[in-house]
Ligand binder design. Structure first.
Ligand code: ADP
Length: 179
């Protein structure tokens, strides 16, 4: 599914983020930036040791912030490492931190002249964020950022499972229905 926003577009697809041919893929990392499971583990496995070597020099990453390394052996030129919130019930600032993770990733992508960026569904795996709520924040934040960062021509959200894809597609349809 895709929607046009001015001269750019937002694409939802089911697939493996590590196979994306884009300027940057975004990693749902943990604050140490020293590797983990889920999409983080998959990125380091596919991208090789160079990414971890660069991560070690970054001094970690606070939730809601984002830092960049090369893409190592990936097809993507860069990996932007961001850290989402751990779901604790929703009253510990989780929505704001999740929005910041998407926003900072877009800022870092734009600052590094990336035109195409692919995201995973941040925080909805090991970090336990309910995906219906997380998808609305992800979509709204990316749609807003696309207006601010005209250099970015395409953002893709790459969902690993068909169920996750369906949730994002439903939320995006609801958001973009003309009133
Ligand atoms: P977090 O700790 O932020 O929750 P996870 O990596 O545990 O991060 O999960 C985030 C999402 O990434 C989950 O929906 C998971 O299914 C998905 N995921 C795992 N591997 C991949 C992959 N190779 N490509 C795309 N998404 C993936």
């Amino acid at each position: 599914m895709e929607v046009k926003i001015g001269n750019s577009q937002l694409v939802l697809k089911q697939g493996d983020l590590t196979e994306e041919e884009v300027d940057a893929i975004v990693n749902a990392a943990n604050p140490s930036l020293l590797g983990g499971g889920g999409v983080d583990g998959a990125i380091h496995r596919a991208g090789g040791p160079e990414i971890l070597a660069q991560c070690k020099k970054l001094g970690g990453c606070h939730p809601g912030d984002a830092k960049i390394t090369s893409g190592g052996k990936l097809k993507a030129k860069y990996v932007i490492h961001t850290v989402g919130p751990i779901w604790g019930g929703g009253k510990e600032g989780e929505p704001k931190i999740l929005a910041q993770a998407y926003q900072r990733s877009m800022e870092v992508a734009s600052g590094n002249h990336c035109r195409t960026v692919s995201f995973p569904s941040i925080s909805t795996g090991a970090y336990g964020y309910p995906i219906d709520q997380a998808s609305r924040i992800a979509l709204r934040t990316i749609l807003n950022c696309l207006k601010d960062h005209q250099g970015i021509s395409e953002v893709r959200i790459v969902l690993f499972s068909f169920e996750d894809y369906q949730v994002y597609a439903r939320e995006l349809r609801q958001m973009t229905i003309p009133m």
